[in-house]
Design a protein around this ligand. Sequence first.
Ligand SMILES: [Zn+2]
Length: 73
Amino acid sequence: MTCTHESFSGSVEVGRIIDKSPIEFVAEVTIHCDECKLPFTFDENHFAVSADRLRLRYKLKPATTVASNGKLR
Ligand SMILES: [Zn+2]
């Protein structure tokens, strides 16, 4: 039976780039389906930042293919 991807888990890691002045921060987000564990990928052409810049919205899709470099697309 094909998973319908109805529940998700993810993680957010925040890094500090200390060789920049002032120090910069980066966020790394990963998301996967709780049921089938398939990772989800981000669509780099469809994202938005809220007006107050506190929330990032990214279009997601289940990873379905493996590129020649072995990474999921
Ligand atoms: Zn799933």
